[in-house]
Design a protein around this ligand. Structure first.
Ligand code: GLV
Length: 327
């Protein structure tokens, strides 16, 4: 029997490609460069599945041009590159990679919080530039982490992981805001108190964003929200670019209306707004929150499991829209 054909849209672990080759005719983009929209459309012709990495936009126009497509398997927990209603209408399954990256991403969120509060990269640049000539009482004095108030906007699995680290590891007072409130058991486990968004902005010493990107969360943190934060507060974004208005943030950082920010994601990434590159009080990393070898391999394998599960056995592992295909 002919194997179904799939496209792997970006370079991934060779061992995962080898696994997929046991089940599929595999066409792959070996390069680290994303395919252009036209290249993606051309290479998807005749493919039943596609392994995406979060950057490839799957929308109604693409689905109409690729009628043989049955599944798009994202190697990411976020899936804002999928127009899920359009996929459901076209009976195309979408899958993502939840759970396997939760703790690793929470580790990174906490690392970014600490680096930001304690001015790690700013002070390292100073040292490397040969500017460290003497001790001084306020040299790179930053913000306290232990015992301070940790605010979390978006309290899914990763938000809860960050809350647990803050509450149990650093004795932080944890407050959160989310579309829906956690169960009392989960609130107790995370030692987290539900508050309105205004109180969150007003009270947090460190505000961490972990909410999904959608048209509703676009610029959830803009000039008005930044103005409500404490001038000593730090802001950390490990969620998605576009949740923060980067221009407003750069202005607030420059004018010291908040103390510092740590950003792993950006509007229009991999481009970074030039204003953010010139303010000193921001720690910038290139979207690596889930980036340990073990976790990235687990994510790639879960995306592969979804392709194999659905196209070979009729049963995906982590479907986003099972109603699309009745699985
Ligand atoms: C990374 O950003 C992811 O969504 O997994």
């Amino acid at each position: 029997m002919n194997k179904p054909s799939i496209l792997i849209a970006r370079a991934v672990f060779p061992e995962v490609i080898a696994r997929l080759q046991q089940h599929f005719e595999v066409e792959q983009n070996d390069s680290d460069e994303p395919l252009s929209r036209d290249q993606l459309l051309a290479r998807l012709q005749g493919k039943a599945g596609v392994f995406t990495t979060g950057g490839e936009r799957i929308d109604a126009a693409l689905l109409a041009a690729c009628p043989q497509l049955r599944i798009c398997a994202n190697m990411a927990v976020g899936y804002n590159n999928f127009d899920l209603p359009a996929m459901t209408a076209a009976k195309v399954l979408g899958t993502n990679t939840p759970d396997v990256l939760t703790e690793t991403t929470a580790d990174f969120g906490f690392a970014l919080l600490m680096a930001t509060a304690r001015r790690l990269t700013e002070s390292e640049h100073f040292l490397r530039a040969g500017q460290w000539t003497k001790w001084s009482y306020d040299l790179f004095a930053g913000a306290e982490v232990h015992g301070s108030t940790l605010g979390i906007l978006g309290m899914g699995r990763i938000g809860q992981g960050i809350a647990r680290r803050g509450a149990h590891g650093f004795g932080m007072n944890v407050i959160y805001h989310n579309r829906s409130r956690l169960t009392p058991e989960l609130e107790q486990e995370c030692k987290a108190r539900y508050v309105g968004k205004e109180e969150l902005l007003r009270e947090a010493d460190h505000l961490v964003l972990v909410l999904p990107y959608s048209p509703e969360s676009h610029h959830a943190i803009g000039a008005a929200e930044l103005a409500q934060m404490k001038p000593t507060a730090t802001l950390v974004n490990v969620a998605r670019g576009g949740i923060v208005d980067d221009v407003a943030l750069a202005k607030a950082l420059r004018e010291r209306r908040i103390a510092a920010a740590g950003l792993d994601v950006f509007e229009g990434e991999p481009k970074v707004h030039p204003d953010l590159l010139t303010v000193p009080n921001v720690v910038l990393t290139p979207h690596i929150a889930s980036g340990t070898v073990k976790t990235r391999l687990a994510m790639a394998n879960l995306a592969a499991d979804n392709l194999i599960g659905y196209l070979v056995h009729g049963k995906p592992v982590t479907p986003l829209n099972p109603e699309a295909v009745g699985s």
